[in-house]
Design a protein. Sequence first.
Length: 503
Amino acid sequence: MMGQQSKQGKLFHCHVDLNRRVRADHPLRKVKEAVDFSFVRGEVAHLYGRNGNESVDPAVILKMLFLLFYEDVSSERELMRVIPERLDWLWFLDYDLDDEIPDHSVLSKARTRWGEEGFERVFVQSVQACVRAGLVDGKKLHVDSSLVSANASRDSVVKGPPEWIGALKAAYGAQEKKLEEWGQTAGPANAYEPTNDSMMSMSDPDAVAVRHGPEGSRPRYKCHRGVDDAAGVITATQTTRSDVADGVKLMPLVEQHERNTGSGVEVAVGDATYGTVANFRECAQRGIESHMADLHLKNRQHSYRGIFDEEAFVYDATSDSYLCPGGQRLQRRKHKQKRRIFEYAAGRKLCGVCALKGQCTRSAERSVRRHEDHEWIEQARTQAGSAAARRDRRRRKHLMEGSFAQSSNQHHFKRSRWRRLWRQRIQDYLIAAVQNIAILIQHAPRRATGIGRLSRAAYRHAADTLSAGLHHLARFLTPVTCFVRLHRVLFRNLHLALCSREV
């Protein structure tokens, strides 16, 4: 007998259990098991009063913001429209079928009320959860940065004299230069100098127009990240204007990593933008091994080809002078206190009659510079040129590019959802927390299958036993039969071993 679906809707829905409507292997089920979002109530309790209207539960607000980035929903309005249609989202938010969904303005009000500090604590909680799960080693830190397009078009950028633009920024309350924020605490060599002072975006005054890629110049921000070597957990993140140099944020990222993880950094890994003299000196003085590419060496390879390198000049500590390849003495001539370097030169007369001048300099005379902390810097540069440093820099490409690529492809990282710098920082904190939670549930024990986890030692023992068994079996079978049976056994046991090995 053929059935026909009834078109009449039910007036009442009784005994509807959303938990039964969400499949056992749903990713949000793993998130709910791994993360207790109720911690945010204690973090923001001091921001709410005792009287007045009752707000939406902060845990629910945080879950909604998590869904906004985890599912890469286009906007907050779209999120509120889709929540009633998704049974898994309703179950994740602990809502029932007939519960009223709040207005999208609840999320914007929470951002304003909680501020940067509230969402930074959310990010720190995600880092500490990964630390408790054993996913953070804490000793080796990889650093890099990426530009983020601001929520402003090129047409919003106005140009004018720096004085007029400065007055306009002050009127709009734009983020100005702060020494402690831009990383100047490490010394004058790390000083931040703002660029594009003659341009400002009227839509987002905090964003600075910089040129990058085929898009050309447009308002942007810059996100600086520190990623732990063990499992790729994001342990430090800072958002700045787009014209802040990468090198000035190395030490702030190291300090934030140490605060969030409770572990001291032993190795810092970065590209040539972090391999500055100031960073080499600071890492050496803190006992951190420098695995950054040497920026000075990279520049010399492109600008001073065919010219004697500074290593060809021998320093004499007793006379505080250098001996050049031509046998002449280079005496100390200048002391540049701002850059903390000494300059040595032999003079134009001696360089002019030297037979090796063509291989030594293209100027009238050759000078050599020596930093006040030369020994510390040379120690760090030696570490940066080691084989271990080159291996770490190759691994850094995989970790950092993979981290930024995942956030761009899955979590709406490359363009700002909101305007102003403090909101962009909130976005980067949330994206980093979402990625850390994804790593946390990815490495969680598998409970859905009946196969238990195997340690690496047990996995190696199983592989050795399998290999010995196959070798013993080959002694009693004909070559053709052995070939067929060996492949059957190999694929069956390899499949079981891979399913049960430690993630």
